[in-house]
Design a protein around this ligand. Structure first.
Ligand code: GLC
Length: 481
């Protein structure tokens, strides 16, 4: 099958969050399936262009019409990828080259990514690739399915389109004039993109895509409710017949405690007791906590954003530290008030709390390895990847049972003989604390059971093989239909 994947980020070239991770592993997993041909399309950001690790060759060029303007698009093929994925970067000095270097955050992001969506289709034509399926992601490539139906039907007569929602909070809103001025679509498509007299590109994609998916089964169901859907619950309920959830995997080669170059000691499911003890001691030392092997180390690697459930942690933090002998380590940056809260908490409990307000992938890996318990009380979570990273490194998760967290962290019984971690149902600080205390009790009083739970976590199959097979099932259904 011929597959084209369009995304605004993809590791290792450009990544700001989970989408970048998925766009590293999913194309590769699809390319491993015999008979598939996989093309990945990404913007040629300045940082990629300037990075010598990514040599490219221009293989085509195209002209992209943006309202009344014409914009150039170069198609740059990456020369040194050897896993079967063909990577094309869309080169535009105007939209991606002469910019700050950040992936998002420019005042004209709406136009930049509308351009990118259109340029992807033009580039596919220019290189002569007729995909059976185009898979596109989030608001940034949300114009692809609408463009396919409204403008490019003749050029891609057989191509079907799957649209995947990773984050529904960002929908690609723009003023009503964007429709003519930037998109330049035939007038009869105005209603499809219109929402509250503005343009909403994600809404258009949900309506025009042949299939809509999101990144976990539970989240697909949650999206029918206003609490989760950020205004799109009605639109998604109408599209329920074509909405499916496929839970993400993680890149089990990158995230492997047996080989991860960032770790001070390596281990697997048979040697983790010793291996993790070494990693824990080194981590306590590195982040300025007291080096104490038997004090449970609670860890969190996260963007400090509201929906990650940090308000619950703030609410219980002092009680937790007064009532339990434990340490708390947080890594991440984000909203000012959270950064301040954790800095103050560190000042109050200098030997027991460490707040690393920064972005550091190496330290993140050492935290997954050196921690005992991983906290993820997200208010909502489409899938979440770090709970899987934590489990793969033998760190037991305590999570709010929502979205992908609910699908990946099966609840343990109180002795930890079944399940994978500790969960709480209602979004509430006291319930979070109670779940955490159940986990701490297991650690403190039934260490052998805690270790058996860690081992089960490490042995879970979080690889992309199963999700990739599910994507294929849907692709086949699309092509047949
Ligand atoms: C977004 C979601 C996260 C998901 C990731 C990859 O970042 O917030 O839950 O894991 O996308 O799909």
């Amino acid at each position: 099958m011929k597959i084209a994947i369009c995304a605004s980020e993809g590791a290792p070239y450009a990544k700001s969050g989970g989408l970048g991770d998925v766009m590293e592993a999913l194309p590769a997993a699809l390319a491993r399936i015999p008979g598939n041909e996989v093309v990945l399309m990404l913007p040629y950001y300045k940082k990629i262009k300037e990075n010598r690790k990514y040599p490219t060759e221009q293989v085509a060029q195209a002209t992209v019409t943006m309202g009344w303007r014409k914009q150039y698009a170069g198609v740059m093929e990456l020369k040194n990828r050897d896993d079967g994925v063909k990577v094309y970067f869309i080169d535009s000095e105007y939209y991606f080259g002469a910019r700050t270097g950040a992936i998002y955050g420019d005042g004209d992001d709406g136009e930049r990514f509308a351009y990118f969506s259109k340029a992807c289709l033009e580039a596919l034509l220019a290189v002569g690739y007729q995909p059976d399926v185009i898979q596109c992601n989030d608001w940034q490539t949300a114009m692809v399915p609408t463009l396919l139906k409204a403008v490019y039907r003749k050029e891609f007569p057989k191509t079907r389109c799957m649209y995947t929602i990773h984050n529904i909070e960002y929908q690609g809103w723009a003023g009503a004039d964007f429709f003519d001025d930037v998109l330049g679509l035939p007038w009869e498509w105005r209603g499809c993109l219109d929402m509250n007299h503005s343009v909403n590109m994600m809404k258009g994609a949900i309506e025009t895509a042949d299939l809509v998916t999101t990144v976990s089964e539970t989240y697909a169901r949650e999206l029918m409710y206003p609490y989760y859907a950020h205004g799109l619950d009605g639109i998604l309920s109408n599209a329920a017949w074509k909405l499916t959830g496929i839970t993400n995997g993680i890149d089990v080669n990158t995230f492997n405690p047996e080989t991860d170059p960032a770790l001070p000691a390596h281990y697997n499911a048979d040697t983790f007791v010793e291996g993790k003890a070494k990693c824990k001691a080194a981590l306590q030392e590195e982040v300025g906590l007291q080096v104490k092997p038997d004090v449970p180390l609670l860890v969190m690697v996260t963007r400090l954003a509201g929906h990650k459930g940090l308000d619950l942690l703030c609410y219980i933090a002092r009680r937790l530290l007064w009532e339990e002998d434990c340490q708390l380590l947080i890594l991440g940056t984000g909203e000012d008030h959270f950064e301040r809260f954790f800095r103050e908490l560190e000042a109050e409990f200098p030997e027991r709390v460490s707040a690393k307000i920064t972005f550091n992938l190496g330290l993140a890996a050492r935290i997954y390895a050196g921690g005992d318990i991983y906290l993820m009380p997200s208010k909502s979570e489409p899938c979440g990847l770090s709970q899987m990273n934590a489990m793969r490194y033998g760190t037991v998760p305590v999570v709010h049972a929502t979205g992908g967290l609910r699908d990946t962290v099966l609840p343990a019984d109180e002795h930890g003989k079944t399940g994978l971690g500790f969960t709480f149902q209602s979004y509430n600080g006291d319930d979070f604390l109670a779940a955490l205390k159940r986990c701490l009790h297991l650690y403190n009083a039934e260490r052998e059971n805690f270790q058996a739970l860690q081992r089960r976590d490490m042995l879970q199959d979080f690889s992309w093989d199963k999700p990739a097979a599910k994507y294929m099932e849907l692709f086949h259904r699309l092509v047949k239909g």
